[in-house]
Design a protein around this ligand. Structure first.
Ligand code: UD1
Length: 432
C-alpha cells in the first residue's frame, strides 16, 4: 500500500481547479438506470468511488466508457442486484434501490451495515419507498424490494437525509401520480441530481427547498447533450483550508461560491480574507488564526464533511474553539491523530473543545474515513517536520489528483510505498 509524505511549513500559493462533486456524481451515475439508452456525463472526477459505481453498473449489465465525456449504456439491465462486495466499499450503492424498483419492479441490495462514522441506517429510504408502494424483506443480509408500478405519495422524512431524499426522488419520477416529499434534504448535490433527472424528462419542482414535488411520468429518455456534474464544494472548502492553515493565498476556480456560504463565513471568523467572483473563491490565510464555534447542520448549515478540516484550523488558533457534530455519531476519529501531532483537543460525546497551540509537529498518522484523512493532510501541511498519512485509500475515494493539486500550489508532498521508513528516502521523494 501507499502513504503520503508531507513536509510542512510551506506557504501555499496559487490556483487550483475544483473537480466535479463526488456526492453529485454517484447518484447521477446511478440515476442513469432510470432511462434506457446511452448517457453522457462530463466533469466526472477520477475517484475510487466513481470507478466503484461504474463497476456496480457494469455488474448489473450496463457498460461504460470513461473519457472526457463518460458514456454509460443502460439499454438493458441484466441483474437487479447490488452485491455485498460493492456495497461494502461504497454505501452510496444503496441508491440503486429507488431507480431499480421504479424501472424493474425489483431490487436486491446488500445491507450496508455499520461504518466508520456511525451506524448510518437506511430506515428513511425504506419508509419513503414503501409509501410509494414497494415491499421489502430482509434475506441473507440483503434487502429484497419488489413493486408493481409505484404510486405517488405524501412523504415526510423524520430527518432530511441526503441519500434518502435522492432514493425517493429517483423512485417517484417514474411513479403514477404526484409525490410530495417533505423535510427533504436541500444539499446542492440533491439539486444537481434533480437537474439531471429533468434533462431526462422528469418533472420535479422545489429542489433545493424542503418540499419537493414530483409529477411521475411513464418513461424517461437519455438527454441528447452530455450532463456536467456540479463542482465539489467539499473539495473546494478543503483547499481553502490549506490556504488558511499555511498563511497562504489560494484561488479555487470552476467552483460555486453560493454553495459554500457557511464555510466561507467560518473561514472569515477564523481570520481569513475571502474574495469571491463568479465561479472562483480566493482565500488569504491570516498570520494567526482566530478561534471560533462551529456546529454541523443539514444544508444550508455548516457541512459535516468540512468539520474535520475546520477543526485542524482550530488547533492552531490563538484561543479556545468548540466544534459540535450533529449529523453523525462517532465523527471525531481525527481527534486522537491530531493530538499525536501536538493538538490539544478534548472530545466529549459530540462536542470537541480545542485549545489552540502555536505549532503542530509531524507524525505518522492514519484515519478511518475520507474527511478525517483530509484533515490530517491539512495538519501535515502546517506541521513542523515530516508527516506520514497512512491508509491513503480513503483519500482516493474523494480527492481527485490530490498530490498534483497540492504540489501545484507549492506543497512538499509525495505518494510513496508505505514500506519506506527511512527519512532520507522520504525526503528524496519530496525532492523528486
Ligand atoms: C451524504 C454524503 C456524505 C455526507 C452526508 C451528510 C453522499 C454519497 N454522501 O451521506 O458525504 O456526510 O450526506 O451531509 O452523498 N439517517 C438515518 N436514517 C436514514 C438515513 C440517514 O437515521 O434512513 C441518519 C444517518 O445515520 C446520519 C444522518 O441521517 O446520522 C445523515 O445521513 P444522510 O444525510 O443520509 O447521509 P448520506 O446520504 O449517507
Amino acid at each position: 500500500m501507499e502513504k503520503l509524505v508531507i513536509e510542512g511549513g510551506q506557504r501555499l500559493q496559487g490556483t487550483i481547479r475544483a473537480s466535479g462533486a463526488k456526492n453529485a456524481a454517484l447518484p447521477i451515475m446511478i440515476a442513469t438506470l432510470l432511462a434506457p439508452g446511452e448517457h453522457r456525463l462530463t466533469n466526472l472526477p477520477e475517484l475510487a468511488d466513481v470507478s466503484s459505481t461504474l463497476s456496480l453498473l457494469g455488474r448489473m449489465g450496463c457498460p461504460s466508457l470513461v473519457g472526457d465525456s463518460t458514456k454509460i449504456d443502460t439499454t438493458r439491465i441484466a441483474f437487479n442486484e447490488a452485491p455485498y462486495d460493492v456495497v461494502r466499499k461504497m454505501r452510496a450503492s444503496v441508491l440503486v434501490l429507488g431507480p431499480m424498483l421504479a424501472r424493474q419492479g425489483e431490487a436486491r441490495v446488500s445491507l450496508p451495515g455499520g461504518c466508520a462514522i456511525g451506524v448510518r441506517p437506511i430506515d428513511q429510504h425504506l419508509k419513503g419507498l414503501e409509501a410509494l408502494g414497494a415491499k421489502f424483506e430482509l434475506k441473507g443480509g440483503y434487502i429484497h424490494g419488489t413493486a408493481g408500478r409505484l404510486r405517488g405519495a405524501d412523504i415526510t422524512l423524520d430527518f432530511p437525509t441526503v441519500g434518502g431524499t435522492e432514493n425517493i426522488i429517483m423512485a417517484a419520477v417514474l411513479a403514477e401520480g404526484t409525490t410530495h416529499l417533505r423535510n427533504a434534504a436541500r444539499e446542492p448535490e440533491v439539486v444537481d441530481l434533480c437537474n439531471f433527472l429533468t434533462t431526462l424528462g422528469a418533472q420535479i419542482e422545489g429542489a433545493g427547498t424542503d418540499v419537493i414535488t414530483i409529477e411521475g411520468v411513464t418513461r424517461l429518455t437519455p438527454a441528447s447533450r452530455p450532463y456536467p456534474i456540479c463542482p465539489d464544494r467539499i473539495e473546494t472548502g478543503t483547499w481553502l483550508c490549506a490556504a488558511a492553515i499555511t498563511g497562504g493565498d489560494i484561488e479555487i476556480t470552476d467552483t460555486d461560491p453560493a454553495q459554500l456560504t457557511d464555510v466561507l463565513t467560518k473561514l472569515q471568523e477564523a481570520g481569513c480574507t475571502i474574495t469571491t467572483s463568479g465561479t472562483s473563491i480566493r482565500c488569504q490565510g491570516p498570520e494567526t488564526l482566530r478561534p471560533f464555534e462551529l456546529t454541523t447542520e443539514p444544508y444550508p448549515g455548516f457541512p459535516t464533511d468540512m468539520q474535520a478540516q475546520l477543526m485542524v484550523l482550530a488547533t492552531l488558533a490563538n484561543g479556545e474553539s468548540t466544534v459540535t457534530e450533529k449529523i453523525f455519531e462517532n465523527r471525531f476519529m481525527h481527534v486522537p491523530e491530531l493530538c499525536r501531532m501536538g493538538a490539544r483537543i478534548d472530545a466529549q460525546g459530540n462536542v470537541a473543545t480545542i485549545e489552540g497551540v502555536p505549532t503542530l509537529t509531524g507524525a505518522a498518522v492514519m484515519a478511518s474515513d475520507l474527511r478525517a484523512s483530509a484533515a490530517l493532510v491539512l495538519a501535515g501541511l502546517s506541521a513542523q517536520g515530516l508527516t506520514e498519512v497512512l491508509r491513503i485509500y480513503h483519500l482516493d475515494r474523494g480527492y481527485e489528483h490530490l498530490v498534483d493539486k497540492l504540489k501545484g500550489v507549492g506543497a512538499r508532498i509525495a505518494r510513496i510505498s508505505d514500506a519506506v521508513r527511512e527519512e532520507s528516502v522520504m525526503l528524496a521523494a519530496l525532492d523528486a
